[in-house]
Design a protein around this ligand. Structure first.
Ligand code: KPL
Length: 297
């Protein structure tokens, strides 16, 4: 397939590399001013990808959006005019709430949403390390998307395990709860995901999970708090060496995805009148860190 990765950060680079290795024609669309982006995964050989190449974009059968949630709307809108109307859009980023903003602009495309628990770390402008083996679920956002389950097989062949999930909202909420529990805490406490296994965080993690799960239940997504807590600890252990994406953003003083992770839960809690004090406190802590840069830099 002709595939464009919009946002070749750590996770985007991982997919670009694996899809290229599986024989697809992959290009990337990133911020680099160069015509080519070089990616080396886990010390393997360097692969050169065309970057910001309109001809490749026009030929794309599949566009995988791996941007930060807050970048999606601004970056994707100007590119839509180049895409064939059959081009499949797969949104594969942390957090929720982005696609709703683009609904009218993208609804004529088959649209898929996905979620992944892989961990990846960018070591330099070209080197990427796969730090945590995870799994990917993709599923339909619209009717045209529901006819594209073959994309799960394509991705699974390149980068196992990928599964089709027609109830993708449940998978997205499940990932959202995981991110609400791990991301702000690792960023605030400057630790790897594994650091959260310490008993000091036990109560806070349990509260975050309980509150976020209640919000999911209110919007009709059935998740059980106890099962979610179990899953959160599994991810903490499986990605113990990983620095969460929010840790990496805050550490490097880059805008985080807090508005689309904890902020999304807070917005749902307001809509339904649910108390989410632990999530709200973490939300404000991250916002405070972010605004402190603007004041001092
Ligand atoms: O999604 C992640 C992230 O860092 O954003 C997890 C699963 C927590 C892995 O680090």
């Amino acid at each position: 397939m002709n595939i464009t990765i919009l946002g070749p950060g750590a996770i985007g680079s991982l997919y670009a590399y694996k899809l290229h290795q599986a024989g697809h024609r992959v290009s990337v669309w990133g911020r680099s001013p160069q015509d080519t982006v070089v990616i080396e995964l886990d010390g393997g050989s360097a692969i050169h990808f065309p970057n910001c190449d309109v001809t490749s974009l026009k030929a794309s059968d599949l566009v995988i959006v791996t941007l930060k949630a807050w970048q999606v709307e601004l970056a994707l809108k100007p590119l839509l005019k180049h895409l064939n109307s059959d081009a499949i859009l797969l949104f594969l980023h942390n957090g929720m709430g982005t696609v709703e903003h683009l609904a009218t602009a993208i609804n004529h495309h088959p649209v898929l949403l996905g979620t992944s628990t892989h961990g990846a770390l960018r070591l330099s402008s070209s080197q990427v390390r796969h730090t945590g083996l995870g799994q990917t679920f993709i599923g339909p956002w619209n009717d045209k998307g529901s006819r594209c389950s073959f994309i799960a097989d394509v991705l699974d062949h390149a980068f196992k395990p990928v599964a089709w999930n027609s109830e993708i909202q449940t998978a997205l909420w499940s990932k959202l709860v995981i991110n609400c529990a791990i991301n702000p805490l690792t960023a605030i406490n400057n630790c790897q995901n594994g650091g959260l296994a310490h008993k000091d965080y036990q109560q806070q993690i349990a509260m975050v999970v309980r509150e976020a799960t209640e919000c999911a239940n209110q919007v009709g997504v059935v998740l059980k708090a106890e099962e979610m807590l179990d899953t959160v600890y599994k991810v903490i252990h499986a990605t113990a060496q990983n620095y969460s994406s929010m840790h990496q953003d805050i550490y490097n003083k880059r805008q985080s995805e807090i508005d689309y992770i904890t902020g999304y839960v807070v917005s749902i809690s307001k809509r339904y009148g649910i108390a989410v004090p632990t999530n709200l406190a973490l939300y404000h802590q991250i916002k405070q860190i972010e605004s402190s840069w603007n004041q001092h830099d």
